[in-house]
Ligand binder design. Structure first.
Ligand code: PLP
Length: 375
């Protein structure tokens, strides 16, 4: 089976990890700092906080934004559940708005129609690696005094109008799960340009510990003293995994280039095939392609999906609209709310997309798609 996503690990990655294993710091050490600084360099953010997963990064980002009981978070249903459930964990009310028909990204006009002064955060997702319409979304968020969060689990390395993802929204979150564009096994990060948000993110992921003597309520307690002012969790990425991340970051350009080649080969090989619709890219973005979301028309998605799996192609579907999950259904969310997202879900199949796919594997997938749709 050709997997839909897969990590790429080379000898340098392995050496980087074993070097840390032989050293003094398995966690809270200098490799974490080096990884966070390298992430800042790449993303153009001024503060990056590494975390144990993309889900943790979302929890941290919402906490840093100050989301608490009763606050509204406006987000997209076309994402992994964590984009919404992490805000729910802090007591937020979630409002789902529909996606744009071409990119499946959150629709700025739909956001503008529902967001009010009660909205604390607007959270978009760079679906498949294609950045959200940051400029229009920032216009809305600035007008109502909300923060813009960009869930960039798919898009580390993408750019929008020449600017890197991580330097666009108030808060950006990354995931380093093995199927994503680069990996730390499990891992994630929060990026921001705002020092106060960055510090809050850091403290939330570090149990809420305050170590700056100037801020202590009891500064003369002793040299061992640290204080907790607001609760936090332990979401620290260990040095062992940060070493893998640092090594993978050096290879991200190579990964992006190969993913672009795979994308182009699919676009060419599937052009004109009847019964499918291929992904689009807007002029002003340069995505790193995490997914290749093909749409199957005429209600044949399930049939084509099963045929591809039977043919050795490890396809996936990304994603079931978040409010279809029983968690949200039980909170009263009903089907039919976001027709573009539901339609997209009913048609979508993610074809294999990763940096180690060979041309002949891509051609094998193309042939399998042609067979499956009867082209
Ligand atoms: C993968 C993913 C997450 C969660 O990341 P984990 O590292 O798996 O916890 C969140 N949002 C989106 C859009 C994702 O694809």
């Amino acid at each position: 089976m050709i997997p839909y996503g897969r990590q790429s690990i080379d000898q340098d990655d392995i050496d980087a990890v074993t070097k840390v294993l032989r050293g003094d710091w398995l966690t809270t050490g200098p490799t974490v700092t080096a990884f966070e600084e390298a992430l800042q360099e790449l993303s153009g953010a001024t503060r990056c906080v590494s975390a144990t997963s993309g889900t943790a990064a979302l929890h941290i980002a919402y906490a840093a934004a100050g989301v608490s009981a009763g606050d509204e978070v406006v987000t997209t249903p076309m994402t992994f559940v964590a984009t919404a459930s992490c805000a729910l964990a802090l007591g937020a009310r979630i409002t789902f708005v529909d996606v744009e028909e071409d990119t499946a990204n959150i629709d700025p006009a739909a956001v503008a129609a529902v967001a009010t002064e009660d909205t604390k955060v607007i959270a978009g997702v760079d679906y498949a690696g294609h950045p959200i319409e940051v400029d229009s979304l920032l216009e809305v968020s600035r007008r109502i005094g909300a923060l813009l969060l960009e869930d960039a689990a798919h898009s580390i390395g993408s750019t929008y109008r020449g600017r890197p993802v991580g330097s666009l929204a108030d808060l950006t979150t990354f995931s380093f799960f093995p199927t994503k564009n680069m990996t730390t096994a499990e891992g994630g990060a929060v990026a921001t340009l705002d020092p106060a948000l960055g510090q809050r993110a850091h403290e939330f992921h570090f149990i809420g510990l305050v170590r700056d003597r100037d801020r202590m309520r009891y500064p003369d307690e002793g040299p061992w003293h640290q204080e907790v002012h607001e609760w936090g969790l332990n979401y620290r990425l260990p040095d062992v995994l940060a070493a893998l991340g640092l090594s993978q970051l050096r290879r991200l350009g190579e990964f992006k280039a190969r993913r672009a080649e795979v994308f182009a080969r699919y676009q060419e090989g599937l052009a004109g095939v009847e019964g499918v619709r291929l992904p689009t890219r807007r002029e002003h973005v340069d995505p790193i392609w995490h997914l290749y979301p093909m749409r199957v028309l005429d209600g044949r998605r399930r049939e084509v999906f099963d045929a591809l799996r039977a043919d050795g192609v490890g396809v996936q579907v990304n994603y079931i609209p978040v409010y279809w999950h029983p968690l949200f259904e039980d909170l009263g969310y009903r089907r039919g709310m976001c027709p573009n997202a539901e339609r997209f879900y009913s048609e979508e199949i993610s074809l294999p997309m990763h940096a180690e796919l060979t041309d002949s594997q891509v051609d094998q997938v193309i042939d399998a798609v042609r067979r499956a749709v009867g082209a």
